[in-house]
Design a protein around this ligand. Sequence first.
Ligand code: SF4
Length: 454
Amino acid sequence: MVASAQIARQLYGKNIKVVYIGPCIGAKDEALRFEGDAKVDAVLTFVELRQLFAEFNIKESTVEYSDFDPPLGYKGSLYAVSNGILQAAGLDEDLMQGNVITAEGKDNVLEAIREFESSIDFIRKHFNLFYCEGCLMGPGTSRGGKKYARKTLVTDYANKKLKNFDLKTWEKACKKHSGLTGFKAEFAVDDQRLPQPSEEKVEEILKVIGKQNSEDKLGCGACGYESCRDFAVNVAKGLTKTDMCITYSLKSKHDFIRTLKLTNEKLAKTQEALLESERKARQDQQAAQEALERTSSMLQKLPSAVVIVDENLKVIESNQSFINTLGEDAEDFNEIIPGLVGADLKTLLPFQFYKLFSAVLTTNENVVNRDVHLGDRLLNVSLFSIKKGKIAGAVLRDMYLPEVRKEEVIHRVTEVIDENLDLVQKIAFLLGEGAAKTERMLNSIIESHKAGKK
Ligand code: SF4
């Protein structure tokens, strides 16, 4: 590839673009390593070339035939066949004389390396190794191709081209371009082997993929490893993942489907319960709303003034009597905001009055029957906590209203009578106690006097 790029530039100038088309995706990486005259501007696989043909509607039947430009590859056309490279390079591949062993395919390559390592004393050969199945079946070729049919096509083509091959002209051309440079390669030891994982780690992975029993460890080979153990070792080395094991992956999938099913069932039940609680919450809300409306209408009908405030002393609810008690300003306000909802109590009542609300909210202690002056009125006020620290309410009665005054007088007189009665009862009790004691003492004196007379 790189030599062709250099020759193309020698023949057609430095400003040309070089595109390499081949069966190997490895060439895409190789091309990145060269610059200058050796630069390959793009690498296409045969699959990509076919896609381009399809995209631009290029068909063999509609284009003019043109052969390769010289210098031709000569036996290089056999390069695609695994040992064709030996012929192209003029190396002897005779089994008796040859010094090169060719192996292709992952299993054969690994086997060749293992054997070379174990029998290094007598396998004194070069190895021509293709981890893939050779260029004929390279990853850049179309899927489903037949290896031996392709091999036949390649060798037939090479035979045809070499039949009347002008060797002299070819040698002359080779000589002309023999000054190419940049193909020298040096190799240094760079051990890429990963440390062998511990037996515990391997066993742990075998357990994860469900292959802990010895009869399970032979495996199906679907992961590309010879055995499940081999696979586990490579998982431990970080070279593959447990998901690559087909049986584990299927089991995980089944487990996942089962879990998904269970989760779905749970979800359906939760959804049902949620709907039920939503239904109940709606009923409760409706009941609460009805209760609120009932309370509200009862509140409005009360002759006493009632106000309910939140922790910021904002009115939550108040009745008409409360608005009437506050006077004209509050009545005007009520026309804009019915019930004074949201109004600030601090703007409606004097300081010493609304402070009572703050005290109830802070201490949570009720204030009962407190007389408070509001302008020229005397109000009897009872404040109570409805929700600790959050909501407080108050009942106000205008003491100057005749019916209230009468009721209050009766109430207070009753209170006084009750207190007096209580006091009288206590005195009577004490008096009773004293009389009984005196009687007991007198009786004992009489008794002792009688005894003295005798
Ligand atoms: S795919 Fe799984 S079961 Fe088959 S050999 Fe690999 S590790 Fe073993």
